[in-house]
Design a protein around this ligand. Structure first.
Ligand SMILES: Cc1cc2nc3c(=O)[nH]c(=O)nc-3n(C[C@H](O)[C@H](O)[C@H](O)COP(=O)(O)OP(=O)(O)OC[C@H]3O[C@@H](n4cnc5c(N)ncnc54)[C@H](O)[C@@H]3O)c2cc1C
Ligand SMILES: C[S@@+](CC[C@H](N)C(=O)[O-])C[C@H]1O[C@@H](n2cnc3c(N)ncnc32)[C@H](O)[C@@H]1O
Length: 616
């Protein structure tokens, strides 16, 4: 990861030409001055033999180098809507080092009124400049964009996908060498399958030779407009097999999905699988939001860290994805949250973080104002995501796994459900199948009084409760016993008096509501997603866990039908939607939603691997 911060530098743009933006740093334009849209269609779509190449496929993956304004994405999406296979899903995986600001993209899109409907949808999900992977989903058109914001070579190393067609759209090779390096072509080869296509506007000798060296066979074709020639290429090598590692990506598993747990994790999974048209059933001992996801109010806040590390990119991307997921749902109030420092040291830390984050994190002298943060009613969000997913009420005592299916049984030994795979999204309940989880209990209270205009957080928090009153949160107690309610309320009042005396002074004696829940936490404070690592994992990896990685690695794992999504600690609502989307992608054999390094930090098998290494 880079030393120069978590956010990419936006491009310098020159708008002096009527035909569209120009990048003075590269001395080049973003798209043809003659007709950018027609050029995109002629060079990239036709160059990759689209729409013919995706006919008969249920999934098609296009990779792009140089997202720029997103015009190629729009042209491709437009063609997919008109001529994509009826049940297929199109993935666009693109790379950009200098993401445009939303307002600049909007200005560029104004030139293409015929694509106005699509550009408006893209702008509505336009990501921040945060480095790393951003997932944008357009489910009505079965279209997903995963945008990797980083230097091309670094980004390619983080992509987990099998690409069917490549659009090479860097600036002219003579002025943009890093985009056309041998390392870039070699990495493209590793992400290709036999027959993957490449299209580009340039026929530069270095590009032709580089592609050939990476295993592509190249051919010149007549160019668009004033350009005499363009290039097409086909990957002539064999596909590189997927990585085998103790924290390898979750392998695909098709068929009916059973989810244990109707909290935010289970509801996010239900949405992700429903979108893919997969049959999904949720089972819960209590019902929707009956566990930790059932508080009267919650706050959606980003996990703040100073440094650019894989898990920081992943969790901040998850926060952005969660906002998009909840937007428009009942019970979601995107009104911002003020993060107050706990003490002088925390003040310095927050001021430093504000200086390193983007313009949406504002140090206002008193605290860090986060306009993208939100207040929400947890139950309503869970219900909104579950929508019409069937929820069976039953306590699952054990899961029987066979070669071909899983059976979920209650404690009377009755089969509650049979499915092709099961995901334990049962919060703290998952500790019975995954022993790297610990319990941390919390209480909160709604007290009579005048709520603050904006939600404030300092470790504890205070905000408006939906039915009136002030919601005070929250205690943190190790284990499943949250302690006495009276003690918790006294502690919450005392904490508020220190951090927000003016709110504390306005509190009445009445306690309107109390609530407690158990968080599932992990020793590295990150969630867990992926297969349950059983004895097969230990047998496969034991001899390799002595310190040196093996020269000959073990073969691929045997079939697995049990998975986990849990360990969300205090931020389930910020992290579950993207982790669920990513797990559904993995299980459906799609391009990954995270950078490889970020996913590895979240992969469930990391704990079994660490334990194996410690055992020597
Ligand atoms: C006091 C408190 C305040 C919090 N505030 C916030 C906040 O402001 N913002 C935020 O993002 N997060 C907050 N959190 C954290 C958040 O609530 C959790 O991270 C999140 O709810 C976890 O969701 P989950 O779906 O993994 O688990 P849960 O919501 O606990 O869901 C698990 C479900 O599985 C079911 N289940 C378990 N075992 C079985 C079984 N064997 N068979 C059938 N069903 C089973 C349970 O009934 C439950 O419904 C808070 C947590 C607490 C305790
Ligand atoms: C010609 S523009 C892409 C146009 C784009 N496809 C469109 O539809 O608008 C080239 C893009 O490549 C990006 N770029 C240049 N060098 C890069 C690098 N080394 N790594 C990643 N992106 C880079 C630029 O910032 C620019 O957005």
């Amino acid at each position: 990861m880079s030393a120069d911060g978590l956010y990419c530098q936006p491009p310098q743009l020159d708008w002096s030409q009527a035909s569209g933006p120009r990048a003075p740093d590269y001395g080049d334009i973003y798209f043809s001055a003659e007709d950018g849209l027609e050029e995109s269609r002629a060079v990239f779509l036709k160059g990759c033999d689209l729409p013919q190449d995706w006919q008969g496929k249920t999934q098609y993956v296009v990779g792009e180098l140089g997202f720029g304004t997103g015009l190629n994405a729009l042209a491709l999406w437009d063609l997919w809507r008109r001529e994509g296979p009826a049940k297929g899903w199109l993935h666009f995986v693109s790379i950009e080092k200098h993401p445009l600001r939303r307002e600049d993209a909007a200005r560029a899109f104004a030139a293409w009124p015929s694509l106005a409907g699509l550009s408006a949808q893209l702008l509505a999900q336009w990501p921040s400049a945060l480095k790393g992977a951003h997932r944008l989903i357009f489910p009505d058109d079965r279209f997903t964009i995963t945008l990797f914001q980083d230097e091309a070579e670094l980004a390619l190393a983080q992509i987990e996908a099998r690409v069917d067609a490549w659009f090479l759209d860097g600036f002219a090779p003579a002025r943009n060498e890093a985009m056309w390096s041998q390392a870039v072509f070699d990495r493209m080869g590793r992400l290709s399958r036999a027959g993957s296509r490449v299209a580009t506007f340039t026929v530069a000798g270095a590009v032709r030779r580089g592609l050939q060296q990476a295993g592509f066979s190249v051919a010149k074709r007549p160019g668009f407009g004033r350009k005499r020639e363009r290039l097409e290429a086909i990957y002539a090598g064999a596909a590189t097999p997927p990585d085998i590692s103790p924290v390898e990506r979750t392998r695909p598993c098709s068929g009916r999905v059973a989810i244990i747990g109707a909290g935010i994790a289970g509801a996010s999974l239900a949405l992700a699988f429903r979108r893919r048209g997969r049959e999904v059933v949720v089972v819960d001992a209590i019902g929707a939001a009956g566990g930790a996801s059932g508080a009267p109010v919650g706050l959606l806040t980003p996990r703040l860290e100073r440094t650019d590390r894989p898990h920081v990119r992943a969790t901040l991307a998850a926060f952005e994805f969660a906002r998009l997921t909840y937007a428009g749902l009942d019970g979601f109030y995107p009104e911002g949250v003020l993060r107050l420092p706990r003490d002088a040291e925390d003040r310095d830390r927050l001021a430093l973080i504000a200086s390193r984050m983007d313009a949406e994190h504002i140090w206002d002298g008193e605290g860090l104002w986060q306009p993208r943060a939100a207040r929400f009613e947890p139950r309503r969000l869970v219900q909104g995501l579950l929508a019409d997913t069937p929820v069976v009420i039953a306590q699952i005592a054990r899961v029987e796994e066979s070669e071909t299916s899983v059976r979920l049984l209650d404690d009377g030994g009755h089969v509650v459900l049979e499915a092709d795979l099961v995901i334990h999204a049962s919060g703290w309940g998952a500790h019975t199948v995954f022993d790297a989880l610990d319990a941390n209990s919390g209480q909160l209270a709604v007290l009579a009084g005048t709520a603050p205009q904006r939600a404030v957080v300092w470790g504890g928090y205070a905000c408006a409760a939906p039915g009136g009153g002030v919601m005070l949160g929250t205690t943190h107690v190790r284990g499943e016993d949250a302690g006495l309610v009276e003690d918790a309320i006294e502690g919450l009042r005392a904490d508020l008096a220190i951090h927000r005396p003016e709110i504390a002074a306005g509190l009445g004696a009445d306690v309107l509501q109390t609530w407690s829940g158990v968080r599932a936490v992990t020793s590295d404070q990150l969630p867990v997603s992926g297969p349950l690592a059983g004895s097969e994992f230990t047998a496969r990896w034991r001899q390799y866990s002595t310190g040196r990685m093996p020269r000959i690695k073990p073969g691929p794992p045997g079939p697995c039908r049990q998975f986990i999504l849990s360990g969300f600690g205090s931020r389930g609502f910020a992290h579950a939607p993207l982790l669920a989307e990513a797990l559904a992608s993995d299980l459906s054999g799609e391009p990954g939603a995270f950078e490889r390094a970020g996913r590895e930090c979240l992969q469930s098998t990391r704990f079994a691997w660490r334990r194996l290494k410690r055992s020597h």
